[in-house]
Design a protein. Structure first.
Length: 285
């Protein structure tokens, strides 16, 4: 049986330390902050990122260079026969497309999964890949299964401030000004493709209720036939105390569900700012 490695990136929310515990490999995502290069969870911690974000530093996302990706793959393949690479969604970054191009140089030993995931949904894909590996599946078989299930997930996000959506050009300055005055909280969604508007809510409490209602509708509608295989997740760019309050609200609304949790990817945090909350549901294999 082939020895299969699993590689992901830090957009999954899996830290370098946890990656070692799981026996997987995590490629750190690069950021340029005031012209200086930082690597997530290597030279840039969550707290440092938010300090710089709050200080209005010039922050831009990037992607690992082809050389860095291939160096990691080459190192992994010294020990393993083949590897499955699970990057963030191709609709949110060109990282996946670059990896697919590079994989062509490896004669099938590298299988890149384009399964439209990020944050805890991407983490779930990593866990699914680990289980499939334990079942004896090859890298190519794992890729095929994960991509077949790629749209079996939803993410809803609400933001605390409109500042970063305005800064990124996702809303106009006029809309941001009106929204701030009216205390509007946009609810965004990721349904496999890209980050889109879902609805607007008056106030934080209504925004959270909107997200909970949306997940309930998905569980009863889109995912009704696989409801028993669904897991819930929550992610955040707020404090851990606020995050735990949000988790308690989810548990109260959906008793009996396992809830994965973790900080929201810094690549997403760049565009929505601190104080955001997200809820997800995804099928477990």
């Amino acid at each position: 049986m082939s020895k299969v490695a699993i590689v992901t990136d830090s957009n999954s929310g899996i830290t370098q330390e946890r990656g070692k515990e799981l026996g997987i490999f995590v490629l750190p995502m690069p950021f340029f902050i005031d012209g200086e290069l930082y690597l997530e969870d290597i030279t840039l911690s969550q707290s440092e990122f938010y300090e710089k974000l709050g200080a209005d530093s010039d922050i831009s996302t990037s992607q690992p260079s082809p050389g860095e990706v291939m160096d990691l793959w080459d190192k992994v393949l010294e020990e393993y026969d083949e590897l499955v690479c699970i990057p963030m969604s191709s609709s949110l970054s060109s990282t996946c497309a670059t990896a697919i191009t590079l994989a062509a140089e490896y004669d099938g030993r590298v299988q890149v999964v384009d399964n439209q995931r990020i944050s805890v949904t991407q983490e779930q894909s990593v866990l699914d890949a680990m289980n499939l590996r334990e079942e004896g599946k090859s890298a190519a078989e794992i890729k095929e299964i994960l991509e077949k299930e790629k749209l079996q997930a939803s993410i809803y996000i609400t933001v605390d401030t409109l500042k970063y959506l305005k800064k990124g050009g996702r809303i106009t300055p006029a809309a941001a000004a009106i929204g701030t005055v009216l205390n509007l909280k946009p609810v965004l969604q990721i349904q496999g493709e890209k980050l889109d508007a879902f609805s607007k809510a008056r106030g934080w409490k209504t925004a959270k209720k909107t997200m909970l209602n949306a997940i309930e509708k998905d569980l009863k509608g889109r995912f009704a036939d696989v409801k028993d295989q669904m897991a819930l997740g929550m992610a955040y760019t707020c404090s851990k105390e606020e995050a735990q309050e949000w988790k308690a609200e989810i548990e109260e609304r959906f008793p009996g569900y396992e809830i994965m949790e973790g900080p929201l990817s810094l690549s997403v945090a760049c565009h929505i700012g601190p104080g955001a909350l997200a809820i997800t549901c995804m099928k477990r294999l």
